[in-house]
Design a binder for this molecule. Structure first.
Ligand SMILES: C[S@@+](CC[C@H](N)C(=O)[O-])C[C@H]1O[C@@H](n2cnc3c(N)ncnc32)[C@H](O)[C@@H]1O
Length: 331
């Protein structure tokens, strides 16, 4: 296979990513013929393909990804759906789904899916720097066209901020010691490769035999920071509610507690509506509930699925439905 000018193999339709909780995601979104859906995290196009199939022959899907390679792959994988006008691919951050959907003539929509984090294709791509198992440039950006890389953060963040980042996004107990070790190492020369960082961390964090790699939490924290993942999710949730038509559903699959907590609290808040302090005798904010929670407790993957796809082990699916806003009599 011929390489392009960057030395990369051309994108093919092959993806190693398996869509997580496919049946549960479909039951949540209830796609139907002629419906209009938004997949905010195209990835390997697994859920997008399922949505297209389940909404055939006339349903439409707008699929967004920050990663240009995911879009290139989907163009090769799903040319018929694109040619038929049933699939529209957009490069961008799902935090901006409102404007991206309006620009593509996709508002309002009947269902929205967010399947957070990174795809197995990104993890397996040795050039992207997401994995501590292969030596690669320390990059970790979903969107390779913009923004600071993991190497930029590792080489420029003050030590205290680095420690804070590792603690907040990785729940890494040795955050200060790791940040100190990074500070010492980068004084000698910039840290540019995943293997260097993994080695530095392993010198400070002593994993248990058979346990996770000592650099797991550091790599997770850096990836979350590089891609501003939690802020994107916080911006995306209200945008999703605005974009849904009444009765439409929002399904979010998260992979760690930081994400799941944001989704859970947002759903609870939007089901409650009112944001007045509890000590007020009556509501003065006038905010009406916007969502009905469909999954009181998050759904998790079956044993059969986790045996076939270990990545599904930590997945949590939460679903909510947009309700008709109550218009008070006399208004
Ligand atoms: C877990 S994968 C999605 C897999 C997909 N559901 C499938 O079945 O193949 C997550 C994808 O979302 C993308 N992504 C993550 N955060 C994003 C954001 N804020 N905006 C747009 N895309 C994002 C990543 O680049 C990655 O391709």
């Amino acid at each position: 296979m011929a390489a392009d000018e960057r030395g990369r193999a051309p994108v093919t339709a092959s993806t190693v990513h398996l869509p997580v909780m496919p049946n549960e995601a479909l039951s949540a979104l209830q796609p139907h013929d002629g419906g209009c859906y938004l997949d905010g995290t195209l990835g390997g196009a697994g859920h997008t393909s399922l949505l297209l199939d389940a909404s055939a022959p006339d349903g439409r899907v707008l699929a967004i990804d920050a990663d240009p390679l995911a879009l290139e792959r989907a163009r090769v994988l799903l040319p018929e759906a694109i040619a038929a006008g049933r699939l529209v691919l957009v490069h961008g951050n799902f935090a901006r789904m409102g404007e991206l959907a309006s620009a593509a003539n996709f508002a309002p929509v009947d269902g929205i899916l967010l399947d957070l984090g990174l795809s197995s294709d990104q993890l397996a791509d040795r050039e992207r720097g997401f994995s501590f198992s292969h030596d690669a440039p320390l990059d970790m950006r979903f969107d390779t066209t913009r923004g600071a890389s993991a190497a930029d953060l590792v080489n420029t963040l003050p030590e205290a901020e680095m420690a804070d980042l590792l603690w907040r996004y990785g729940e890494e107990r040795r955050s200060r010691a790791i940040a100190r070790r990074i500070g010492e190492a980068r004084e000698r020369q910039p840290i540019t490769r995943t293997s260097e960082l993994a080695r530095l961390v392993a010198g400070v964090v002593h994993g248990r035999p058979g346990g996770i790699h000592p650099a797991t939490r550091t790599f997770q924290a850096l990836r979350i920071a590089v891609n501003d993942e939690l802020a994107s999710l916080e911006a995306a949730l209200p945008a999703a509610v605005d974009l849904l038509r009444p009765g439409g559903r929002l399904a979010v699959i998260s992979f760690h507690s930081l994400e799941d907590r944001i989704v859970k609290r947002f759903f609870q808040q939007e089901e409650r509506g009112c944001v007045c302090p509890p000590e007020l005798p009556e509501c003065v904010c006038g905010r009406a509930p916007q969502l009905r929670i469909v999954t009181r407790h998050p759904l998790t993957a079956s044993e059969t699925e986790t045996a076939a796809n270990p990545r599904a082990r930590s997945a949590k699916l939460r679903v909510a439905e947009k309700i008709e806003t109550q218009i008070e009599a006399g208004n």
